[in-house]
Design a protein around this ligand. Structure first.
Ligand SMILES: Cc1ncc(C[n+]2csc(CCOP(=O)(O)OP(=O)(O)O)c2C)c(N)n1
Ligand SMILES: [Mg+2]
Length: 206
């Protein structure tokens, strides 16, 4: 029997994390597919541990949005030494298909972590879903990577990263960073964190 867990980020990053950790420790044989729409969508998009810094949610309103920072679930899984772990996104179908195929041939605990653009929760027109997904990769917000046999590799590296503002501007949940006045400090801080992430990748992977 092939066991596949389908879950949201509220569960994967928070409510269900200790049970998942125990399942990995025991080396159970399952694929764990997380649709990460960065909030508790079903109950009205309250913030979760996957919510990015400064995003507006039902429980983080006001001019600054969510004060916390998105939890790095991929690294938490990798620290547990699973059989396989990968990030994917629907707007990069070939990368996604290759990783699913790879995961399906292995056994043991396997993570497929997908950023899932969410028109309702992120406040944008559904027709922009693919574009927002592409921008998440192009700006470096959502790194595509995989882990296997103790090795971590980025599978698609944006050569010339677009400014993160291009991604943020498409979504109503970040509108307060641009209107009524531009929050330059917050925007620079978000950009700096992304830049730092990729600097470390370049040092490690060349
Ligand atoms: C332990 C527990 N607490 C609260 C709930 C109520 N609940 C049902 S769906 C949901 C939102 C889940 O969010 P997420 O896992 O991110 O999935 P999404 O709806 O965003 O796809 C919550 C809090 C629950 N089912 N179980
Ligand atoms: Mg969710």
């Amino acid at each position: 029997m092939q066991v596949v867990v389908l879950t949201g980020d509220g569960s994967a990053y928070g409510m269900g994390l200790s049970a998942t950790s125990a399942a990995i420790d025991r080396g159970l044989d399952f694929i764990y597919l997380c649709y990460d729409n960065e909030g508790y969508g079903n109950t009205g998009q309250q913030f979760s541990a996957a919510t990015p810094h400064a995003a507006r949610t039902a429980t983080s309103t006001g001019s600054f949005g969510y004060p916390g920072f998105k939890k790095d679930l991929f690294s938490i899984w990798v620290a547990n030494r699973p059989a396989y772990a990968a990030t994917v996104i629907g707007s990069e179908p070939l990368d996604l298909a290759r990783k699913l195929e790879k995961a399906s041939k292995l056994s043991g605990p396997r993570l497929i972590l997908s950023l899932a653009p969410c028109p309702t929760g992120w406040d944008y027109d559904p027709k922009d879903s693919v574009e927002i997904g592409r921008l998440a990769v192009k700006t470096g917000v959502w790194p595509l990577k995989e882990y296997m046999d103790g090795e971590l590799v980025h599978t698609k590296r944006p050569r010339k990263r677009a400014p993160v503002e291009q991604y943020l501007k498409h979504q109503g949940r970040f509108a307060h960073l641009f209107e009524p006045e531009r929050r330059g400090k917050v925007l620079a801080d978000i950009q700096a964190r992304i830049d730092h992430y990729w600097e470390v990748v370049e040092e490690r992977e060349g």
